[in-house]
Structure formats: structure tokens, C-alpha cells
Design a protein around this ligand. Structure first.
Ligand SMILES: *[C@@H]1O[C@H](CO)[C@@H](O)[C@H](O)[C@H]1NC(C)=O
Ligand SMILES: *[C@@H]1O[C@H](CO)[C@@H](O)[C@H](O)[C@H]1NC(C)=O
Ligand SMILES: *[C@@H]1O[C@H](CO)[C@@H](O)[C@H](O)[C@H]1NC(C)=O
Ligand SMILES: *[C@@H]1O[C@H](CO)[C@@H](O)[C@H](O)[C@H]1NC(C)=O
Ligand SMILES: *[C@@H]1O[C@H](CO)[C@@H](O)[C@H](O)[C@H]1NC(C)=O
Ligand SMILES: *[C@@H]1O[C@H](CO)[C@@H](O)[C@H](O)[C@H]1NC(C)=O
Ligand SMILES: *[C@@H]1O[C@H](CO)[C@@H](O)[C@H](O)[C@H]1NC(C)=O
Ligand SMILES: *[C@@H]1O[C@H](CO)[C@@H](O)[C@H](O)[C@H]1NC(C)=O
Ligand SMILES: *[C@@H]1O[C@H](CO)[C@@H](O)[C@H](O)[C@H]1NC(C)=O
Ligand SMILES: *[C@@H]1O[C@H](CO)[C@@H](O)[C@H](O)[C@H]1NC(C)=O
Ligand SMILES: *[C@@H]1O[C@H](CO)[C@@H](O)[C@H](O)[C@H]1NC(C)=O
Ligand SMILES: *[C@@H]1O[C@H](CO)[C@@H](O)[C@H](O)[C@H]1NC(C)=O
Ligand SMILES: [Cu+2]
Length: 577
């Protein structure tokens, strides 16, 4: 493939030289490498699946779990016509795709669109720009993303290649979560009682729980490899509520990319990957030909209930050998090993070389300090199932996000009042020892649909401060419409004098989701050069459901090219309530 395209390039060179006197070379070359347009149809419908000895009907795209992969080259545009043949309204989000000027196709329910009603369809235009590597798509309404998700593979642009030797093969590994019950019923029940949602019954790798669960060992996912070859594994964490440690027995992992951008290679025995993140990993099949376990276990540094089970797949060498009496199993950090998780996260760096330059904003024009908390709301007569008969909630800067019934984008673009307010604060209501003995400080948040507005081209810095209010844990914060540089991470309260001195402004990782350490902080920076309405939220689904969300509105610049595009002819309607 690579050889032949190199040859093609050489021949092209000759032809172009020949034509050179007649035509402008530049414009031919431009046409030749012009981005492709692709069309996909996604059919959402209920299908029966059997796992863990029982069968249930669940919503998937084209009867597959995980769903179909979208494969593009960098810079392509894809139209996906989403046909909803399910029972309820759904939306689809293209996670990590920046969608320049085009929030209309981004997807979060009642933020950029209302749900696609059953028996209707909605065509979304997915505009790729500088992303290269692995991203994914998932439903963005209620908890439907548990079963409605799939990979997005972004290959290098034509006639360019990876910043590492071309792997012999590549494979996507989607980490998922299996609930025996109906996921929509589970979140509905939790929101009705105010308590914790039921935990899942298994994790999965490419839809299969693996050898450690009942009725599962016959269908464990197997990754076939040839001795001596190197493979690119595109790992996607599509789990709902738990971060994951991942490793392969006896094999080193070399991390080369994350969230659709390249990283400096990290050689490691394990990775920690949060829901929402993707990691591209090279693995060389250089051990004795045999079978080796590929394992994913939860990282959950919390007192909240979580699924404490382990999913496995098998790395299987091709060829003749005697199968081992027991398959080697990797040693992964224990479920609450915060140090192991933080150590790994701190290793991440942008590739930052000549062909992959880094431009970290330094002259900050918008400074935001944002507390990230799990909270409670009073229930009449202490009648809820949360602590002290309260209802569990969550907040950013002490505001628990209330989802509107008309999408924020439509309201912003059409100047509708009373859908949202513009007063999301740039600081919490007051400062206290956020990560110590917090007492009742900000235990009870206020409610609102408040958005954070910045100007076009603002240099934005956000310090996320994890708090010990409610239940402290690692929070994977995700921003739509952007990738951002993570310039610093630390434990305890952020110190605005000393901590900025340790910022990495040289090669910080460029990501769309960052795990804010439990009772710690993370600082991100980006240039607000994508006008639109962009959701920001914790990617632990129960926290997002409880209100750990807000919306970033980036105003238009002064020209058409720096302004939000006009809406498509059709958007799914919001129901009159
Ligand atoms: C999904 O199914 C529809 C109908 O069978 C088909 O036309 C479409 O190509 C499929 N899409 C993908 C991505 O496989
Ligand atoms: C799906 O599974 C349910 C429960 O096992 C069963 O009643 C139903 O007939 C199945 N539907 C199809 C289309 O197979
Ligand atoms: C969708 O259309 C099918 C077939 O016409 C019909 O049976 C079903 O009730 C419709 N669903 C909804 C929610 O309207
Ligand atoms: C949640 O778990 C409880 C206890 O196992 C069970 O009774 C309940 O039916 C489950 N809820 C749902 C929606 O599956
Ligand atoms: C799965 O496990 C069962 C029970 O331990 C065992 O009898 C069976 O051989 C296993 N099947 C496979 C494919 O490993
Ligand atoms: C989780 O599982 C591990 C290994 O089986 C066990 O050591 C640990 O106690 C469990 N933790 C919780 C909170 O259930
Ligand atoms: C984390 O990194 C520190 C400093 O390099 C090291 O001392 C510690 O052993 C590491 N902890 C784990 C669990 O890897
Ligand atoms: C940042 O601002 C300072 C002072 O206005 C200016 O001298 C410097 O060139 C700016 N740096 C960048 C990278 O824009
Ligand atoms: C979104 O808005 C619709 C009405 O347009 C409403 O039915 C739905 O419940 C809202 N979704 C959420 C999560 O609040
Ligand atoms: C905050 O609380 C922690 C834990 O109790 C304590 O170690 C720390 O000294 C406190 N910090 C301040 C500034 O009081
Ligand atoms: C927190 O507030 C509740 C209700 O106001 C009160 O009963 C409780 O004593 C307070 N706890 C602390 C530690 O202040
Ligand atoms: C620095 O942090 C303190 C609280 O620790 C706060 O009062 C002060 O306003 C902050 N300064 C800036 C410039 O953000
Ligand atoms: Cu969270």
C-alpha cells in the first residue's frame, strides 16, 4: 500500500513536470490531494444481544456492538444520515472532531440539537480538520451511548505517513461496559430515586466480556499476530462510569498518539485511559509464540459503587506451537492505585517536532478557575436514596447544569430568551480548602442553565479544581469543538503563585479529555478559534447526568470565515412542552 503510493507519487511527479509548462502546478497538486467526501448510513434500532447467559434487546447502529467504524483520511468530510428506527429520541456526537464553525452537527442533546425523533432521520456533516489518529462517535442523549458507539479511524492525509515506521497491521480495541438491565431504565431509576445508578455487570473488549465471566469464554476477542511484526492498536474507552487500566501480558506498550494527535513515544507496561479518551499504542509480537491475555480493569479511586470486574481478550500468535496450560496474565495496578494512574498521565507529551509543531497560548485573555464537585440536593422528608435521604447531584463552579428543552445553539443563534443565561461564573462562589475537610461548604449547589461566553480568538486558560465535596474522585473533563493543551496537573489545592511555575509550555499533550486527579487540579489552554456552542462535561456518565456540565459559547469573529455557519435546512424539532 505504502510502496505503491510512493511509486504513484513518483509517476505523478513526472506527469506534473511534463504538464508544468501548460498549467499551474500548485493547483493540480491541490486538486490531487483534495480531501474526500464520504457518505454513511447509520440505522439505529433495537436488536437482541446475548451476553453473560442472558438476552436483552438494546439500541445499536446497524445491529452491531460496538457499531460500524468510520474510516477517513485527515481533512475529509463525512455525511452520516442517521435513521432512528428505535423507540425513543436519540442524538449522535462525533467525539473529538472539532467541526470548525459547524456546531449544528455536534450532537449533544438539547445543547446543539433536540433528539432525532423515532421514524425520522437527520444528516450530520462531520468536518475533519487537523485530527489524525483515533477518535470515536457515540450517542449523546441519556445513557444510550452504552450501546450506541463506534470508532473513527483517521489515517494520515494521502501521500503522508505516520511519524513512526508504518505498522504491519492495525486493530481497533473498543473498551465497553455491559449492563444486564436496560441502561435507559437504570439512569431513569437513579434520577427518580436520587441514589447511585446500578453498576454494570461486565466490561467488554470489542463487545466481548472475555474469559472471566459466565457464558463468555467461547467468544472472547482474539487479536491474531505474526511473530516479529508490529501492530498499531487504537484503544477507545467507551465505558460509561469507570476509568481503566489496560495491559498485555509480557508485552511492552508504546503509546504514540492520543485523542487524534501524536505523542512522544511512551514505553510502558500499562496505560490509564478515561472514558472519552483514545490512545494509539504500538505492540511488537516479540515474545515466544503463544497466547497472552489482553486485560482491562477499572481504576476507581472513589467510595462510590463501581463495577469491579475484569475484561480480557487474547493476543494470539499465528503458527504452530503448544498452547500454554495457563495463559499469561499481565500485572495491572490495583483498582484504587491513584499514584499509578497519575504517574502515567504525567508522562503524556505532544510529539512537538517540526512537522507536528506545538503552539501553546501564553498571553492568556480569559482565566477561568472551575471547581468540579459531586453534591447533594435536599429532598422533602429526606425521601431520596442518596446520603442522608438527599438526592445526588454534581456541579461545575457550584452550578448544577439543568438541561433545557430547547437546544442552546438554536436559542443562541436565534436570540431566544429564557433558554439559558450568560452568567456562568469564572470562579466558584468562594474559596475554601477544596481538597481537605470540606464540611458543608458548597455541598448544596445552585441549579441553572448558565453558559460561559468567550470572544473569538481569546486565549483561554481553565484550571479545573477537583474537590472533596460529596465524593472525591478522578473526573475526566471533556470539551467539544476543541482539543486543548494540558499544561499542568497536580494534587491538592491549586496554588496560583507556585503551580504555574511548573507548567509545561514546550510539549504539553493536546487532548479533548483529561482526567483531573482526585482532590487535585489540571490546567488546560486553548485559543478560542472555533465559534459555536460547545458542551463541556465530565465523561463519567453518572456525573454528567447529575449536572457536572456547562456550555462554552465562542462568539463570532469579524468575518464570515470566523463566524458560525448558517444552520442546515433541517434540524430535529424540539417538542413543545
Ligand atoms: C447500515 O445499514 C444500512 C441498511 O442496511 C446500510 O445501507 C448501510 O450501508 C449500513 N451502514 C454501515 C456503516 O455499515
Ligand atoms: C428478543 O429477545 C426476547 C427475550 O429473550 C424475545 O422475547 C424476543 O422474541 C427476541 N426478539 C427477536 C427479534 O429475536
Ligand atoms: C415507526 O414506524 C413503524 C412502522 O411504520 C411503526 O410501527 C412504529 O409505531 C413507529 N414508531 C413510532 C415511535 O412512531
Ligand atoms: C437495579 O438493581 C436492583 C438490585 O439488584 C434491582 O432490583 C433493580 O431492578 C435494578 N434496576 C434496573 C433498572 O435494572
Ligand atoms: C469455557 O469454560 C468452560 C467451563 O470452565 C470450559 O468447559 C470450556 O472448555 C471453556 N471453553 C473455551 C472455548 O475455552
Ligand atoms: C475489587 O476486586 C479486587 C480483586 O478481586 C479486590 O481485591 C478488591 O477488594 C475489590 N474491591 C472492591 C471495592 O470491591
Ligand atoms: C509513581 O512515580 C513516583 C515517582 O517517579 C514513584 O516513586 C512511584 O513509585 C510511582 N508509583 C507507582 C504506583 O507507579
Ligand atoms: C505576549 O504579550 C507580550 C506583551 O504584550 C508580548 O511582548 C509578547 O510578544 C506576546 N507573546 C506572544 C507569543 O504573543
Ligand atoms: C430535551 O428537550 C426535549 C424537548 O424538546 C425534552 O423532551 C427532553 O426531555 C429534553 N432532554 C433532556 C435530557 O432534558
Ligand atoms: C487542606 O486540608 C488538607 C487535608 O486535611 C490539609 O492537609 C491541608 O493542610 C489543608 N490546607 C490548608 C491550606 O489549610
Ligand atoms: C451540614 O448541614 C446539615 C444541615 O444543615 C447539618 O445538620 C449538619 O450538622 C452540617 N454538617 C456540618 C459538618 O456542618
Ligand atoms: C489566587 O488564589 C487566591 C485563593 O487561594 C484568590 O483569593 C486570589 O484571587 C487568586 N488570585 C488570582 C490572580 O487568581
Ligand atoms: Cu466526574
Amino acid at each position: 500500500m505504502f510502496m505503491s503510493s510512493q511509486l504513484a507519487l513518483k509517476n505523478m511527479g513526472l506527469i506534473l513536470r511534463f504538464l508544468g509548462s501548460l498549467l499551474v502546478l500548485d493547483s493540480i497538486l491541490h486538486c490531487m490531494v483534495q480531501a474526500k467526501v464520504q457518505y454513511y448510513d447509520f440505522v439505529l434500532k433495537e436488536t437482541n444481544f446475548t451476553r453473560l447467559c442472558s438476552t436483552k434487546s438494546m439500541l445499536t447502529v446497524n445491529d452491531s456492538f460496538p457499531g460500524p467504524t468510520i474510516r477517513v483520511n485527515k481533512g475529509d468530510t463525512v455525511y452520516v444520515n442517521v435513521h432512528n428506527k428505535g423507540k425513543y429520541g436519540v442524538t449522535i456526537h462525533w467525539h473529538g472532531v472539532k467541526q470548525p464553525r459547524n456546531p449544528w452537527s455536534d450532537g449533544p442533546e438539547n445543547v446543539t440539537q433536540c433528539p432525532i425523533p423515532p421514524n425520522t432521520s437527520f444528516t450530520q456533516e462531520i468536518i475533519f480538520s487537523d485530527e489524525e489518529g483515533t477518535l470515536w462517535w457515540h450517542a449523546h442523549s441519556d445513557w444510550s451511548r452504552a450501546t450506541v458507539h463506534g470508532a473513527i479511524v483517521i489515517l494520515p492525509a494521502p501521500w503522508t505517513t505516520y511519524p513512526f515506521p508504518k505498522p504491519y497491521g492495525e486493530q481497533t480495541l473498543v473498551l465497553g461496559e455491559w449492563f444486564k438491565g436496560d441502561v435507559m431504565a437504570i439512569i431513569d431509576e437513579a434520577l427518580a430515586t436520587g441514589g447511585d445508578p446500578n453498576t454494570s455487570d461486565a466490561f467488554t473488549i470489542n463487545g466481548q466480556p472475555g474469559d472471566l465471566y459466565d457464558c463468555s469464554n467461547g467468544s472472547t476477542y482474539r487479536l491474531l499476530v505474526n511473530y516479529g511484526k508490529t501492530y498499531l492498536l487504537r484503544i477507545i474507552n467507551a465505558v460509561m462510569n469507570e476509568e481503566q487500566f489496560f495491559g498485555i501480558a509480557n508485552h511492552k506498550l508504546t503509546v504514540v498518539g492520543m485523542d487524534g494527535a501524536y505523542t512522544k513515544p511512551i514505553v510502558t507496561n500499562y496505560i490509564m485511559i478515561t472514558p472519552g479518551q483514545t490512545m494509539d499504542v504500538l505492540v511488537t509480537a516479540n515474545q515466544s509464540p503463544s497466547l497472552y491475555y489482553i486485560v482491562s480493569t477499572p481504576f476507581a479511586d472513589t467510595t462510590a459503587p463501581f463495577d469491579n470486574t475484569t475484561t480480557t481478550a487474547i493476543l494470539q500468535y499465528q503458527g504452530k506451537y503448544t498452547a500454554p496450560s495457563s495463559i499469561p496474565f499481565p500485572t495491572l495496578p490495583s483498582y484504587n492505585d491513584k499514584a499509578a494512574a497519575d504517574n502515567y498521565t504525567k508522562l503524556l507529551r505532544s510529539l512537538a517536532n517540526k512537522s507536528h509543531p506545538v503552539k501553546v497560548p501564553v498571553n492568556i485573555t480569559q482565566r477561568i478557575f472551575m471547581t468540579v464537585s459531586v453534591n447533594q440536593l435536599y429532598c422533602p422528608n429526606a425521601s431520596c436514596s442518596g446520603p442522608d435521604g438527599n438526592r445526588l447531584a454534581a456541579s461545575l463552579n457550584n452550578i448544577s447544569f439543568q438541561t433545557p428543552t430547547i437546544d442552546v445553539l438554536q436559542a443562541y443563534y436565534g436570540h431566544l430568551s429564557k433558554v439559558f443565561s450568560n452568567d456562568f461564573p469564572k470562579q466558584p462562589p468562594y474559596f475554601f480548602n477544596f481538597t481537605g475537610d470540606v464540611g458543608n461548604n458548597t455541598l448544596y449547589p445552585s441549579l441553572g442553565t448558565k453558559v460561559l461566553t468567550v470572544n473569538y480568538n481569546d486565549a483561554v486558560e481553565i484550571v479545573y479544581q477537583g474537590t472533596n465535596v460529596g465524593a472525591a474522585e478522578n473526573h475526566p473533563m471533556h470539551l467539544h469543538g476543541y482539543s486543548f493543551y494540558v499544561v499542568g496537573l497536580g494534587s491538592g489545592n491549586f496554588n496560583n503563585i507556585t503551580d504555574p511555575k511548573s507548567y509545561n509550555l514546550v510539549d504539553p499533550p493536546l487532548v479533548n479529555t483529561i482526567g483531573v486527579p482526585k482532590n487535585g487540579w489540571a490546567t488546560i489552554r486553548f485559543i478560542a478559534n472555533n465559534p459555536g456552542v460547545w458542551f463541556m462535561h465530565c465523561h463519567l456518565e453518572r456525573h454528567a447526568s447529575w449536572g457536572m456540565d456547562t456550555v462554552l459559547v465562542v462568539k463570532n469573529g469579524s468575518t464570515r470565515e470566523t463566524s458560525i455557519r448558517p444552520p442546515p435546512k433541517y434540524m430535529p424539532p424540539c417538542s413543545k412542552t
